[in-house]
Design a protein around this ligand. Sequence first.
Ligand code: GAP
Length: 511
Amino acid sequence: MAEPKTADLMDKIVSLCKRRGFIFQSSEIYGGINGFWDYGPLGVELRKNIRDCWWNDMVRRRDDVVGLESSIIMHPKVWEASGHVGGFTDPMVDCKVSKQRFRADQIFFSAVVVDGKTVGYVTVLESERIAEELQEKAETFKRKKAIQGKLEPVQPRDFTEAKSEEIPLIPSPATGEPGSLTPPRAFNMMFETYVGALRDESAVAYLRPETAQGMFVDFKAILDTGRVKVPFGIAQVGKSFRNEITPRNFIFRSREFEQMEMEYFIADDDDWAKWHRYWIDWCREWLVSVGIPASSLSEYNHPKEKLAFYSKGTTDLMFKYPFGVQELWGIAARGDYDLTQHSKASGQPMEYFDDVKKKRYVPHVIEPAVGVDSILLAILCSAYCEDQAPDEKGKMETRTVLKLHPRIAPIKVAVFPLLKNKPELVKKALEVRDLLRPYMTVFYDEAGAIGRRYRRQDEAGTPFGVTIDFDTLGEKGPELADTVTLRERDTMKQERIKISELVPKLIEKVR
Ligand code: GAP
C-alpha cells in the first residue's frame, strides 16, 4: 500500500506521531517513564476507531459473541488458578557493571571457534540479523586478538541456553566484556498493589496482565443470563499491565497497553481445528479491512514441543514491522484448561448443559488475543508514505502522507475556506462544517496557505478535504454556486461537487 519502507521508517513514524499529536512519551516533562505512552488528540481518535471497528465486527454484528467489561483488579486467587502468580515470568539477566537489565532470551551469543578450538565468545541483542552480526563480531574478535587459523561459522544460541561454565565467558551486551552477566532468573511480570488500608501479604492484589481471565471467571454468570448457547464467545476490550523487563520498539512492547480478546467456547467433542482455522481467517480478514495489506501478514504455528501442555495449537498472525516480523495477533486453542482451573480453585462448576444432546461438559476454547497498540502501530507502519507533490509555486517537494483507511482515520474530512479574511467564505465553510459534523469527525482549518493546510491533513491521515472558494459563492455564475472542491488525500485529485451531495457521498466512503 504505502511506500517507501526505509531503515529509518520507525524514526520517521515516531517523529510524525509526536509532531501531529498521535502519541507522546508519558510524563515527558519529568523525563518520561519507560514503557508508558500517552495518546494525543489524533491518537485517541485512531485508537477509538480501531476499538469500535473491532467491537462492531466482533460483537454487535454477530449473534454468537457477547461483550464484557470486567474489573482490572480481580481476586488474587484468579491469578493463582490461571497460573500467572506461579509462572508468568520472563528470564532476566543483570549486567553487574553497567546495571542494565536484559531478557535472557533476547541476548544471543556464540562461541568463537578457530581450528576446532573455542577461543572466546561474542554477543548481540535480538535483531533481524543475529547470525550475520555474530559472525562479524567473531571475525573482529579473531583479528583483534591476532589469532591464526580457520574461523568456523558461528552457532547462535540465546542466553537461556548458556551452560553455567559459559556464563562468565560471555560478554555483556552493555560493556562488550565478559564476566558481568548474572545467570538468568525468573522475573514475574505482574504489577502488584495493595487493596485496602493494610499493606501486608493479605492485601496483595495484581493489575491484570491480560483481559482473558475476566471472561473465564464470568463464564457461569454469562451462561446463567440465558442469552448464549455453545458455540459462543465473550469479548472484552481493556487495559492490561505487564512489568516488561525491556519495553521496546515504541508502543509495540509497553508496560501498560490495551487488549482486545475473545474467548470462543465450543463443545468438548467439536472439531477444534476447524474453529481455530475459522478464527485465524477472521482475524486476518479483519486486519485487511482496517488497512493492513495482506502481503505484510504471515502465519507462525508454534511448534508442538513449545506449546503449554494443555494447548492444542497456537498460531500467530505476524506483521512485517520496520524492526522485523513480529507477533501481532495470537490465536490459541486452549482446550478446557482455563475453565477447569477456575472450577477446581473456586469450587464452582463451570459446566454447560447441552439440552439437545442431554449432556453436561466443560467447553473448550479458542482465543484470538490482540493488542490495540500493536494494531495501531501496524496500521501506522502500513499507512506511512512519502511521495512527490507540487508546492504553492508548482515546485515538486516531498509530501508525507498517512494513507489510513477512511474507516479508521481520526478525522474523516477537513473543511477549508480558501481565505480566512473573507467573511463570506468563512461563513459558508462553517455552514459546511456544521452540515457534516453530525455524521463524521470534521476538522475546520483556516490558518495558512491552502497547500500547507492540505499537507497538515495529509500527515494526519485525513482522507478528504473540502474547500470553499469564490465559485461556491456564485461569483463565476449561478451554475457553480453552492459547489465545493472535494480533494482526495491519496491521489490529490479534486472534483467539484454540490454541497447537497457531500453528506451521502462522504458517508459512503468513510463507513
Ligand atoms: N490471553 C492471551 C494473551 O494475553 P499474549 O500473546 O500474551 O496473549 C496478546 O497477548 C496480544 O496482546 C499480543 O499479541 C500483543 O498484540 C498484545 N501484547 C502483549 N503484551 C504486550 C505488551 N507488553 N505491550 C503491548 N502489547 C502487548
